[in-house]
Design a protein. Sequence first.
Length: 271
Amino acid sequence: MSKRIWIKQWAQLAASMVLAGSALAAPLKIGVVPGVFADSVGVAAADAKKKGLDIEVVEFTDWATPNVALDAGDIDLNYFQNSNYLANVVRERGFQFVSVQPGILSFLGLYSLKHKSLADIPNGGKVAIASDPINIGRGLRLLDHAGVIKLRPGVGLLSELKDIAENPKNLSFVEVEGPQLARTTPDVDLAQGYPYFILASKAFDASSGLDYTSYEDDSWAIQFVARQDKAKDPRIAEFLAIYKESPEVRQAIDQFYQHDHKLYRLTWLKD
């Protein structure tokens, strides 16, 4: 091998090592929404930094951008969606995503700032529900479970307003983007609500729900989601282990929910 060729190959190898080193030095970027998900990931990030793992927490205020950012490679993980929401967005958008770990199961609630019970909801009352397909279905099933409406038999996760078979109080429904439901609650008779948004916004008492989805299985837990081609990144595995095992993370979650277990469940803790 000539000296010139050897020098060229060495330079190429050195350049590739620099690029690899830069990639390893880059922070692991995790997209979250405000509230307990941002808070708990932030605590885990601080713990990870002590162990030499650099984490950057990127906060979003809607449910569309975190997946767009993940698909573009602007972030490495996101933590805001449940398995059913993920499956639907993958089906609709063709994203090559995979869940790498379940996290907090935050229950859905029914809230009213005008009435003290579901029986008090008046005829012709207005009900606010989420606007995306998965959470419309989730809210309608909770209303069915609570006896407010009755869905036609056999409807699946993507039930819609047209699937309401019985509406004895002739309620009207208004669709609102999920993160904005807490703000809408004062203006309607009944609203679907997410305790983590309510607690984060301090809009009203998150424990005042008239019913909750405490019957739901872990498919409704919020998932850590990665692109399929990035899911084996060892930094992800290291961070997820920290998130699960850190006493500080668990304490932060419990404190956020005010230790009220009708609002949430930690899926990685099994009796």
